[in-house]
Design a protein around this ligand. Structure first.
Ligand SMILES: Cc1cc2nc3c(=O)[nH]c(=O)nc-3n(C[C@H](O)[C@H](O)[C@H](O)COP(=O)(O)OP(=O)(O)OC[C@H]3O[C@@H](n4cnc5c(N)ncnc54)[C@H](O)[C@@H]3O)c2cc1C
Length: 317
């Protein structure tokens, strides 16, 4: 396949990672995107590598495993935006003894002692995982993609037929945009909001494990801390809500008092590409081979390298 031309649609974490893997394998890769990388949902993610409770479970485990290895390696490169951090994942209910299979990849995973849990929490784990500073990491991926000969253009793709006419090989990484481009009603927005504050000296992360739409979580990235979170199904609103930000700040300050009064430097909105199952499969369409890769919900960063490697396999790269 060396030298073959491929069109990747989308410059979020899925499109850029696929672009890097394919370009470094020797393919001639162009990315067309509606938004610049730093304006995508991917740029808003917190982001941590973590176990992804998505379907199809066997593929998700495989993608997550490969991605964990890549992010762990990238953490050795100070220019990548990735670093390893210790922190807690905790719940206000008993998590029981079962842990997701990907958790076995975390070398130092252990139960929190009762005195390590914030007030109101009854169980949790302490673990060192990759944290990804997404704006910096997307810049890193763009640089690496270009260094391998890839080209990026802000050029929305109106229809799949137009993409098929543009290139016989297409990789569709359009996130929530796949709902319209593919006409896939299973894709829907799960709105998230983050508050970015100046770091008051925090170097550990915290994530509340819950199925509620409001929760507490924070991730430090150098001089900033990203605070969350909310997950609102079917909400396309891209305007940050002051009330939601106040709730996020209050919940996070209850966990980590040093965050109370931290200077707010930004408020971010991102639409997670919700879907009951990740779609990574080939479709023959109008004479082109299209590989769909979308619907990663709240775990698209955690699965990105594994998905990109599978796309390369599907293309024989
Ligand atoms: C608040 C929040 C926190 C999160 N935290 C985490 C986390 O800690 N860990 C984790 O793994 N994940 C996390 N996620 C989820 C993660 O951000 C997503 O799963 C991931 O960003 C999806 O990546 P993507 O590349 O598929 O989509 P996107 O980043 O949305 O990129 C889609 C791309 O497709 C382009 N596009 C769409 N339609 C068209 C078209 N017609 N023509 C051309 N281009 C098009 C867009 O312009 C964009 O470039 C979080 C998400 C949010 C919102």
């Amino acid at each position: 396949m060396t030298g073959e031309s491929v069109l990747v649609i989308g410059a979020g974490v899925q499109g850029l990672t696929a672009g890097v893997v394919l370009a470094e394998a020797g393919l001639r890769v162009r990315i067309r995107t509606a938004d610049r990388p730093r304006d995508t949902t991917s740029a808003v993610a917190g982001a941590m590598w973590g176990p992804a409770m998505l379907r199809p479970a066997d593929r998700v485990l495989y993608w997550g495993t490969l991605s964990h290895a890549e992010f762990t390696e990238l953490a050795r490169d100070s220019g990548s935006g990735v670093h390893l951090a210790s922190g807690r994942m905790a719940a206000r209910f008993d998590l029981g003894d079962a842990v997701p299979p990907e958790a076995r990849l975390i070398p130092d995973l252990r139960r929190c002692r009762p005195d390590e849990l914030p007030e109101g929490f009854v169980s949790g784990y302490r673990a060192t995982v990759p944290l990804i500073d997404m704006p910096a990491y997307l810049d890193y991926l763009v640089d690496r993609f270009r260094a391998a000969g890839g080209e990026i253009a802000v050029s929305p793709v109106p229809t799949l037929a137009e993409a098929a006419a543009d290139s016989p090989l297409v990789v569709n990484c359009t996130g929530v945009g796949a709902r319209e481009l593919v006409g896939d009603p299973a894709v829907h927005p799960v709105r998230g909001q983050h508050v970015v504050v100046a770091n008051p000296g925090i170097d550990e992360y915290f994530i509340e494990l819950t199925t509620n739409s409001e929760f507490a979580g924070y991730m430090p990235h150098g001089d900033r801390v990203i605070l969350g979170g909310v997950a609102v199904e079917q909400d396309w609103n891209l305007v940050p809500s002051r009330t939601v930000s106040e709730g996020i700040l209050r919940r996070c300050a209850e966990i980590e008092p040093a965050l109370a009064g931290a200077e707010v430097v930004d408020e971010l909105i991102g639409l997670r590409p919700g879907r009951d199952s990740v779609r990574l499969e080939v479709e023959d369409f109008a004479g082109a081979r299209i590989i769909h890769d979308y619907g990663h919900s709240g775990c698209g960063v955690s699965l990105s390298w594994g998905c990109a490697f599978e796309i390369a396999e599907l293309l024989g790269a």
